[in-house]
Structures are given as structure tokens and as C-alpha cells.
Design a protein around this ligand. Structure first.
Ligand SMILES: NC(=O)c1ccc[n+]([C@@H]2O[C@H](COP(=O)([O-])OP(=O)(O)OC[C@H]3O[C@@H](n4cnc5c(N)ncnc54)[C@H](OP(=O)(O)O)[C@@H]3O)[C@@H](O)[C@H]2O)c1
Length: 299
């Protein structure tokens, strides 16, 4: 696993995508849609997992789709999974990512067990193509809350448990759609910006909702998350990124190969600003992480 872009090329903030990046994003999206099965033909299905006895996982969005598939396979390999479904080695707890209160209750329920958490998989997410913009009761645009604010908040609240389970991992489900975006931290609710989700052309919405035989099914779609959560090479790759002072964590493609995300996604200035805005939006102080970890060390 290697990465070639140098850190010195990072840091210039993008105000808008620009047509070259827009075309490149479309090209990459279309090739992913049409050829994902070909790019991933080296992978076995289901993804082969090592024995996972004694490993504690939390999987969000486990009621259906990829999250359900991830959870089923983890349980079959002996893992203990905390999710929204019942069965052996499984505990159930309601989590509504559209409510920050529910996020706090969910993390408190786990943290109160004093169990170490080894892997958190932030899988729950939405993409309501072509739908009108809606807002959560916390006052945030629903995609922003479910896909970013709530998983970020949850990850922070779980830090003491993750520290207890170290070496632990957080896996965030992602999408090639990130290549269509720039981040404007002064308009996090997309009130001024064109939103790809609501302003997406109708034919794309219809295409997206139709049956496309060349797309992964849920089992195939679960492989990259399972790989990111369990493969020992991922830890080595992350260590290498850190040694090379790469500013962000690993990005694993649906083919289970590490790739470089969009330039905007590893823009240090934007990341810092997004981190601070995120903490502010979920009501945490800027030193929340340090505080939580210091508290943990005192225990
Ligand atoms: N499928 C793809 O091609 C693809 C591509 C790129 C990225 N992804 C990402 O991968 C993840 C899984 O995709 P998928 O295809 O399996 O999606 P899916 O079938 O729509 O499942 C999404 C899961 O998220 C849960 N969820 C939605 N809103 C929630 C909320 N407010 N609180 C708690 N849970 C909530 C859903 O639970 P309920 O049904 O109970 O609400 C469901 O279990 C998503 O984050 C998605 O954005 C998928």
C-alpha cells in the first residue's frame, strides 16, 4: 500500500469545484458505477474474516443493507456486535442519528458497561436524491446531521471506550460522491450553496433508483468496510501515512485498495475549520478530545 502525493501540495482552500474537477468527479463516478465489479474481481465474496472472538464492534445503521450484512458476517466470525438487530452475540440499542440526544444516550449505554470498544463502524447514512431539503429537530440539514455531525459526535463520545480497546479503529463509510463537493464551513446547512442531493438532474435520480446489475449487492458492498475494520495491512498503512506526515487517515476504495481522496478531502486548512465547526455545532468545546482522554487516563 503506497501513497504518492506530497504533503507540500496540500493546504490551498477551494472556494468552488471548478469544471476540471467536476468533469473528473463525473468520470470517476461513472467508472465506479460501471466497472466496480471488475475493479473488485480479485476479492472473495463473502469477504473472508479472521476469527473475531473477544472483539467488540459497534455498527450503526445495521437494520438493512450493507450495515446488516457487515453485522451478520462479524457475528458469524465470533465477534460481539452492538447494533440495531437481535440474535446471538448481538445487543440491540436504538440510535437515531437525526437526534443528538439519541447519540448521547447510545454512547452512554455502551460506555456505562465499561467494556472496551475495539471497532466502531459508522455505517448509518442517507442520500435522498432529488428530495426537498429537510432539517433535524436539532436544526441541522438532515444529510449533514446523519452523515457527518452525528457520526463525528458518536466517535468522540466513544473515545474513552476506544482507548480502552486500543489498538482500536473507527471506520467511516464514505462515497465517491465526496469528489463533487467543496466544504464551506460558513454554510454547513447548504442554505446558499447548490446541493447536489436536491439539485441533482432528474434523469440521474431515475438512473440511481433503477436496478443496475453491474452494481454491488449489499454483501459485495460490505467488503471494503470489513477490510478496513479487520485487515492487519490497514494498520501498517495508517502507520506509514503518519510517518509520511500525511494529514488525514486512510481512504479505502470499494475494491479494498487504498486511494487518495479528493484534494478538498485532505486539505489541512479546511479539515481544521471543519473540525472546529463540527465541535461547535454538536455543543462540544474545542478541547473536547483532550479532555475526554485526560479523564480516561485518570481512571
Ligand atoms: N449503497 C451504495 O452504493 C453506497 C455507496 C457509497 C456509500 N454508501 C454508504 O454506505 C452506508 C450504507 O449504505 P446502504 O446502501 O446499506 O444504505 P441503506 O440500505 O439505505 O441503509 C442505511 C442504514 O442507515 C440507517 N439510517 C438511516 N438514517 C438513520 C438515522 N437517522 N438514524 C440511524 N440510522 C439511520 C438505516 O436505518 P433505517 O432504515 O432504520 O433508517 C439503514 O440501516 C451509508 O452510509 C451509505 O451512504 C453506500
Amino acid at each position: 500500500m503506497t501513497t504518492s502525493t506530497s504533503v507540500s501540495s496540500l493546504g490551498k482552500e477551494s472556494k468552488e469545484l471548478g469544471w476540471v474537477k467536476w468533469l473528473r468527479a463525473w468520470y470517476l463516478l461513472m467508472s465506479e458505477i460501471l466497472f466496480q465489479k471488475i475493479y473488485a474481481r480479485h476479492l472473495q465474496n463473502p469477504f473472508p474474516l479472521p476469527p473475531l472472538g473477544g472483539i467488540n464492534f459497534i455498527v450503526t445503521g445495521a437494520t438493512s443493507g450493507i450495515g446488516l450484512e457487515i453485522s451478520k458476517q462479524l457475528v458469524e466470525s465470533g465477534a460481539y456486535v452492538f447494533m440495531a438487530e437481535s440474535g446471538a452475540h448481538v445487543e440491540v440499542m436504538e440510535l437515531d442519528l437525526l437526534s443528538l440526544e439519541s447519540v448521547v444516550k447510545f454512547s452512554e449505554a455502551w460506555n456505562s458497561t465499561l467494556r472496551p470498544l475495539h471497532i466502531l463502524i459508522n455505517n448509518g447514512g442517507i442520500f435522498s436524491m432529488g428530495q426537498p431539503q429537510t432539517f433535524s429537530k436539532d436544526g441541522f440539514e438532515t444529510h449533514l446531521q446523519v452523515n457527518h455531525l452525528a457520526p463525528a459526535f458518536l466517535s468522540i463520545l466513544f473515545l474513552p471506550s476506544l482507548q480502552k480497546g486500543a489498538p482500536s479503529r473507527i471506520v467511516n463509510m464514505n462515497s465517491l460522491m465526496h469528489r463533487f463537493c467543496v466544504i464551506n464551513t460558513s454554510d454547513m446547512n447548504f442554505t446558499q450553496a447548490v446541493s447536489l442531493q436536491k439539485d441533482i438532474p432528474k434523469f440521474v435520480v431515475e438512473f440511481g433508483h433503477s436496478y443496475l446489475p453491474f452494481l454491488f449487492n449489499a454483501q459485495e458492498g460490505s467488503r471494503s468496510a470489513l477490510f478496513a475494520a479487520t485487515d492487519p495491512d490497514v494498520t501498517k498503512y495508517c502507520t506509514k501515512l503518519k510517518e509520511n506526515e500525511w494529514p488525514v487517515c486512510a481512504y479505502i476504495a470499494s475494491s479494498c485498495r487504498p486511494i487518495i481522496p479528493s484534494r478538498e478531502a485532505h486539505n489541512v486548512g479546511t479539515s481544521q475549520s471543519l473540525w472546529e465547526t463540527t465541535l461547535q455545532m454538536v455543543g462540544l468545546p474545542l478541547d473536547a478530545v483532550e479532555e475526554l482522554l485526560t479523564e480516561f487516563c485518570k481512571l
